[in-house]
Design a protein around this ligand. Structure first.
Ligand SMILES: *Cc1c(COP(=O)(O)O)cnc(C)c1O
Length: 431
């Protein structure tokens, strides 16, 4: 106990946590805080005191098959016996090559065919944007430098990726940096866009089927398909940010499959390694790739990269992740599991006086609560309370509770998570 208390004290003295008001974090009013995680197994996390919790938001949307999955663990161990990292500038490595071939195989022939590796969702998007601008410069359309994105969008926190974002609290402060972006609220707004803006646009960027950070907001059915057509008619790239939706979360391996849409750029991260290691991939077409070919003097090279591009350990983890999808028929089990999940949530929260709306797809649920002052930080209080009942999760904004367990979650764990969240909600709002 003493040792753990010391850990917490050092954390408060030395760390700066993401998306966290550190004044609250460092406040000394709860000896259990911060919660320090010691280990994990499957969908369960264990803290340094031995308390167990269901990982109710998949460790912020990353984990896919659970923690310490033997197949992914073994893939990483095997790679460690070879090498942990070597540069992708001037060399290649086996797992990176095998993973690229595998990723491309999930898309129809002659569509997405090239894989550019980076580290995070933000860099996957940043990289796609730079490719989309440089492509235009090298194909006689240098004026097409702009992007179209949507209100409520979240594409990451680096300056370029953030400029595509549409969440005021995160993005407004830095709105003078980044790309030139037209922010829209709907397809209707897109259809009214003036020709001069369209002719200056290189790509339209969207989180397919569901916006995550906006509060798990579902797009209207058919929208993605409509966007694909609009992009084709207007010579604008369709760039899909599958960073959150990728790897089975919505029920299919990629969300875009559900509307039979193939983008010109596809950004993958979070679940790519099963939630083990930071690795990202930007997939694009041969058409885009070929516009960067030329002699050295032509300077068409894509001068972009990160130290850890194509990191072998990350690529090995990603291969392990995909192997589990195959070996355990994970996607085949999704319809039944999602149905159980949706039903449990509907049963618990539908008609609850504090619940305004329930939004679900696959193993993602956003439960919007209403009737509270934002200053009360009610969502945070409910999630903190849920710990008491063995569930860890975080709200989005202050009003959307999220349940988004790893795909390996059992029916029993689903029941337990939903009960924990409901009990916490009732404790806090007095239901
Ligand atoms: C999390 C997220 C990102 C950013 O990914 P990081 O790995 O955090 O940089 C980008 N797009 C979407 C849709 C995300 O959910």
């Amino acid at each position: 106990m003493k040792k753990n208390q010391l850990l917490r004290e050092i954390d408060k003295r030395r760390l700066w946590h993401p998306f966290t008001q550190m004044q609250d974090w460092c406040a000394d009013d709860n000896h259990e805080d911060p919660l320090v995680i010691q280990s994990g197994k499957g969908a369960v996390l264990t803290d340094v005191n031995g308390n167990e919790y269901i990982d109710g938001n998949s460790s912020i949307w990353t984990n896919i098959h659970g923690h310490r999955h033997p197949v992914i663990d073994a893939a990483i161990r095997a790679q460690l016996l070879e090498i942990a990292h070597c540069s992708a500038l001037g060399f290649s490595n086996r797992p990176a090559i095998q993973l690229a071939e595998k990723l491309v195989s999930f898309f129809p022939k002659n569509t997405l065919s090239r894989v550019f590796y980076s580290d995070d969702g933000s860099t996957a998007v940043e990289c796609a944007c730079k490719m989309a601008i440089q492509f235009r410069q090298q194909t006689g359309q240098p004026d097409r430098t702009r992007f179209i994105s949507f209100d409520g969008a979240y594409h990451g926190d680096t300056a370029g990726a953030a400029s595509l974002g549409g969440i005021g609290l995160f993005h407004q402060r830095f709105s003078f940096t980044g790309f030139q972006v037209t922010h829209l609220d709907s397809v209707a707004a897109l259809l009214q866009l003036d020709q001069s803006t369209i002719k200056k646009t290189t790509a339209l960027v969207i989180e397919p089927l569901i916006q995550g950070a906006a509060g798990m907001r579902l797009w209207p059915e058919g929208m993605l398909h409509e966007l694909r057509n609009w992009c084709d008619e207007n010579d604008v790239f369709l760039m899909l940010d599958e960073v959150m939706t990728g790897f089975g979360r919505t029920g299919t391996l990629f969300a875009c499959e559900q509307e039979s849409v193939v983008p010109d750029f596809c950004c993958l991260a979070k679940g790519l390694t099963g939630g083990y290691l930071p690795l990202a991939a930007t997939l694009t077409t041969e058409k885009v790739f070929e516009a960067f070919l030329g002699s050295h003097e032509e300077q068409k090279t894509f001068f972009y990269g990160h130290s850890y591009c194509a990191n072998p350990l990350g690529c090995a983890a990603a291969l392990g992740n995909l192997k589990v999808f195959e070996e355990e028929s994970v996607l085949e089990k999704m319809p039944k599991k999602s149905a159980v999940f949706h039903q449990a949530i509907e049963q618990a929260f539908c008609g609850h006086p504090a619940v305004r709306e329930i939004r679900q797809i696959g193993l993602i649920a956003g439960i919007e609560i209403a009737g509270f002052n934002r200053k009360e930080q009610i969502g945070g209080k409910i999630c903190l309370r849920a710990r008491k009942y063995g569930l860890l999760t975080r709200p989005i904004g202050e009003d959307t509770l999220v349940l988004m367990p790893p795909l390996c979650v059992t029916e029993e764990e689903i029941t337990k998570s939903v009960a924990a969240l409901l009990q916490a909600l009732n404790d806090v709002v007095g239901g």
